[in-house]
Design a protein around this ligand. Structure first.
Ligand code: FE2
Length: 308
């Protein structure tokens, strides 16, 4: 079992992030990329008209409104596909390129639903989480495409805004699946910002708890921009994992290059912490989030053939 050392835990506590170089093998990286490619190949593009764009998510008066997007709000315990905002022709409304080059992300329960992803998560993410939590609950996973040319920026944010618990406990694990460089939208982090009392937790992202009302909103609605300096560019290679404290400010630029920058994230909370009903992410039946998949309960399918 590959957990974290005392020194690594101290570094994470001090900086609010930790880079774990080559934590995941190149074989597992290939398995994940290949598996998701097969899911995308089987995906009917007509089954989703949902765009994910963090800049529009925060802007007022937008014509597109993910806050009222039922497809998004009911994705907490299943596997759903979200488009890049710039994937559509403004005139015709049609996709401008092959579907696999138009997706923004897949979320938010691949780590339970897909047996291959689940197996990879059990072997690679669970041991690290066991070092950080008493009872880790991985409540969200995302396969993020950051497509060549149209991969959108992610605005500065704190993950506890979206995955809030009392007491706060969210930690993100971000796995690089391609080389992530400044020119294709690598992560940036503001070291120590998780301890900046003048920021605290800037906002929460909430959902209406009225039955049948699919609406989300930020509270408070308006806040001062989060500080983005001094920031560190976290350039990464396939297999590198970055841990992110729920309050540490992080962001990424758009991918304006011609190369992809896929990544996979798992967000985890403490099982004993209170998880409010008005957090945006919920299981559709209202049940609590399950423990990590283990190697014992996550075998690869008998007919699975790993990529070369
Ligand atoms: Fe984040």
């Amino acid at each position: 079992m590959r957990g974290l050392s005392t020194k690594q835990l101290a570094q994470f506590e001090k900086d609010g992030y930790l880079v774990l170089r080559r934590l995941v093998s190149q074989r597992d990286v290939s398995m994940l990329v290949d598996r998701v490619a097969s899911l995308v190949a089987a995906f009917d593009p007509k089954s989703s008209d949902s765009v994910f764009d963090s800049e529009r998510q925060r802007s007022k008066g937008m014509t597109f409104d993910p806050h009222e997007d039922r497809y998004f709000l009911e994705s907490g315990d299943c596997t759903r596909f979200f488009w890049e905002a710039d994937a559509f022709d403004e005139g015709t409304g049609e996709l401008t390129r092959a579907k696999e080059l138009c997706l923004n992300k897949i979320g938010h329960a691949l780590h339970y639903e897909d047996p291959v992803v689940r197996n990879i998560v059990a072997r690679n993410f669970r041991p690290v989480a066991m070092s950080l939590f008493k009872d880790p609950r991985p409540l969200q996973s995302m396969y993020i495409f950051k497509q060549p040319e149209i991969g959108g920026a992610v605005t500065p944010h704190q993950d506890s805004t979206f995955l809030y618990t009392e007491p706060e406990s969210c930690i993100g694990s971000w796995l690089a699946l391609h080389p992530a460089r400044k020119n294709n939208g690598c992560l940036y982090v503001v070291p120590g910002s998780h301890k900046n009392e003048s920021i605290g937790l800037s906002q929460r992202y909430l959902r209406s708890t009225k039955p049948g009302e699919y609406r989300t909103y930020f509270e408070p609605a308006e806040v001062a921009p989060l500080p983005t300096e001094p920031s560190v560019a976290l350039e990464a290679d396939p297999g590198d994992v970055v841990l992110l404290h729920g309050r540490v400010v992080h962001f990424s630029a758009a991918n304006t290059s011609d190369v992809p920058r896929h990544s996979f994230t798992v967000h985890t909370i403490e099982g004993g912490a209170h998880y409010p009903r008005d957090n945006w992410l919920q299981n559709r039946d209202g049940s609590p989030f399950a423990p990590f998949p283990t190697e014992a309960d996550s075998p690869l399918p008998a007919d699975y053939v790993a990529p070369l």
